[in-house]
Ligand binder design. Sequence first.
Ligand SMILES: [Zn+2]
Ligand SMILES: [Zn+2]
Length: 260
Amino acid sequence: MKLTVLGASGGISPETGTTSFLLGDSVLIDAGTGSSRLSQEQMLNIRYVLLTHSHLDHICNLPFLLNTTIGEMKHTVEVFALEHTIEAMKAHIFNGVIWPDFAKLPTPENPALRFNTIKVGDDFVLDDFRFQVLPAEHTVPTVGFRVSTGSGSFAFTGDCAKNDQFWHALNQYDPVDLLIVDDQYLACESVISKAAKHYYPESLSEDLQKLESHPKLYLTHLPPFKKNEVMSEATKVLSDWHPKALDEGMVIQFPLASNA
Ligand SMILES: [Zn+2]
Ligand SMILES: [Zn+2]
C-alpha cells in the first residue's frame, strides 16, 4: 500500500495545503487544497473520494477536480461520505450557484460525480483497500477511517477532539501499523481548541491512553505558521509516542520501513 500525502496542514502557505491523502493511484481521502498537487494524469486516475466531513478545508478541491477533468474522465467519480456531508455539498456547493451540479453533468446517466452514503461501522473494499468507518468528535458530523491491505494498515482520525468512541472503535480491530491524528493547537490555545474541536497535545495524550496498541504516530492538521511550536510541545507531552509531523509530499509505503 502506498500513501501519498498531498496536503496535511491546518492552513495554507506557499509550501502547505489542507488535508488530502492519495491511496495507490485511485483513492483520495479528503480533497483539501493539497490535492492541487495532482498532475492531470493523476487526476484522471481518481475513481473514489472518501470525505471525513463537510468542512471546506477537506472538500474544496473536489469541485475543481471535477471541473478540470470533465470530458476527459472515462468514469464517474464515486464520492463516499456521511449523509450530512453529502447534503451539505448538494445544498451549498453543487447547487448551480456556487458550482454546477456535477451529479447531473455532463449527463444524468453518466455524471462526473456520484454520491454514496456511508455511516459509522461500515466496512467495504475499494480496489485493493479495505475501509472501516470510525466515529470521530468534531463540530460537524465527522468520521475517521481505518484502511488496510495485505501489506499493512493505518487509521486516520479526521478532524477530531477528545472522545471515547474513536478509540473504543479502533480497539475492536487488529492493531494498525500507523496512526494519523489531527493536532492543530498548543496547550495555551486549549479554549479555542475545545471550541473548534481539534486535539492539542495534552488532550491527545489523554486519549492515546485509551488505545490498546502502540502504532507509529503522525500528527496532521498542524498550523502552517506554528508547526514547529506545536511539534515541539507534542514531542515533550507525547514523549512515549515519538510523534512525527505528516508533511506534504511524503510517501509512506507499507509494509512500513523500520524508520518510518
Ligand atoms: Zn473540520
Ligand atoms: Zn480540517
